[in-house]
Write a protein that binds this ligand. Structure first.
Ligand SMILES: [Zn+2]
Length: 237
């Protein structure tokens, strides 16, 4: 089976077929054609368009297959009742969209990785993801200072939170990412670690706990106006 010019493995093909039975149609698209420039920088992204699962991927990514399965798993989690974020009409800008997606990812990704590892499937390469973050932090530090509750502060606090909460990072990888963030956005790093402590206490592995965790993150980062969290019943928070 060929997906965006990639000949994918039999295992990955089985994965797609199996998930399509559960979720309905899965459409794979080139992320370089996404409308939002910040999203184009990402390795992958998942959207729901009506009842279709739309998965955006970088065709030239050497880790293509892992990202593909990862993004499809975002659809599985929503299907299982995990919350998602939505844009507000007042803040329908690129940055709010980006922060909303990141807020979903930092809670969903650790769950997804555990499930993929549990099913003997591959997760994406952490070291190259960390490498990309080094460049990103440098670029971001040129455009913003990271003062509390601004875009860069929220972004890097969420990335710090993710590194802290996700068990699939090794200690060495965690230290690496912390030191990258510490150089450019030290306040965000500290805040992310505090948020991690809060969420760790309550956990986030069920849809209800994940909703509470996302509310803690969203409210602590003062993103209430910008990001709406939608639960499995379709209610907005
Ligand atoms: Zn993700």
């Amino acid at each position: 089976m060929v997906v965006l010019d990639h000949e994918i493995s039999k295992k990955a093909e089985r994965f797609i077929r199996e998930k399509e039975k559960l979720l309905g149609k899965i459409i794979l698209k080139d992320i370089n054609k996404h409308w939002n420039p910040s999203v184009r920088e990402l390795d992958g992204c998942h959207d729901l368009q009506g009842s279709d699962q739309v998965v955006w991927l970088k065709p030239d990514n050497p880790d293509f297959e892992s990202f593909m399965m990862h993004e499809i798993m975002h659809g599985v989690l929503i299907h299982e009742g995990f919350p998602k974020t939505a844009r507000t009409p007042e803040f329908n800008d690129e940055q709010s969209h980006y922060i909303g997606s990141l807020l979903t990812s930092v809670i969903a990704d650790p769950i997804i990785d555990n499930q993929l590892i549990g099913s003997r499937l591959t997760t994406f390469n952490r070291d190259s993801a960390i490498q990309n973050k080094t460049t990103e932090a440098l670029l971001d530090s040129k455009t913003c200072k990271g003062s509390p509750y601004g875009f860069c502060f929220c972004k890097w606090a969420l990335i710090s939170f993710h590194a802290c909460i996700d068990n699939s990072f090794t200690e060495k990888q965690r230290k690496n990412i912390y030191s990258i963030i510490d150089k450019k956005f030290p306040q965000a790093l500290e805040f992310g670690k505090i948020l991690c402590g809060k969420v760790k206490k309550e956990g986030f592995s069920t849809p209800q706990k994940a909703l509470n965790a996302m509310l803690v993150l969203r409210n602590s980062l003062k993103l209430n106006e910008r990001v709406i969290i939608v639960d499995s019943q379709g209610s907005s928070h």
